[in-house]
Design a protein around this ligand. Structure first.
Ligand SMILES: [Zn+2]
Length: 170
């Protein structure tokens, strides 16, 4: 836990937001999302700086979003694997996009101390994870599909497909 809390967002609100982002970005409501293309073409056009950073500078961080500066930094190897279609790395890029779109200076505050119990809905990591899953694999289109089929058709890992399929209806 980072000690940062944000305005609460329900799963339902995050789903609706991810749906709108698909529409804004000119994507179908369902189907595979080319997250690398979003970074390279769409983010540029809305004034976001996308940096690919070498492993030595990023250390064990896969990606980070500089709130207020409109900068997303993705570790080089994560970016390379996302380009090849690896689900885990595609999800990392979708997660950072979630931070960029959902979290800004206005709705950030610090928990009184890091041991404070923070409700999931106010946790920026929970929100960015929920957004990433919804953006890549919208929950309402997953019912009746096997986890393997979900992983394949949406380009996410088996474990992410499992989590996304089993999320509450909202
Ligand atoms: Zn995060």
């Amino acid at each position: 836990m980072t000690g940062i809390i944000v305005d609460p967002l329900s799963l339902k609100q995050i789903r609706e937001f991810a749906r709108k982002i698909r529409i804004m970005f000119g994507l179908e409501e369902d189907g595979y999302v080319d997250i690398v293309r979003i970074y390279e073409y769409i983010l540029q056009s809305i004034g976001v700086t996308f940096e690919i950073v070498d492993c030595a500078s990023m250390g064990d961080k896969h990606g980070e979003t500089l709130i207020g500066k409109n900068v997303i930094r993705i570790r080089e190897d994560v970016y390379d694997r996302a380009c090849k279609g690896y689900g885990r790395d595609r999800l990392t890029m979708a997660h950072e996009l979630g931070h960029l779109l959902l979290h800004n200076m206005k709705n950030l505050s610090l928990a009184r101390n890091t041991s404070d119990e923070v409700a999931a809905y106010c946790d920026p990591e929970w929100q960015a994870n929920a957004f990433a899953g919804e953006l890549l694999a919208p929950h309402k289109f997953l019912q009746g599909k096997s986890v393997e089929k979900i992983a394949n058709s949406y380009g996410i890992s088996i474990s992410a497909a499992q989590v996304q399929k089993n999320r509450r209806k909202g």
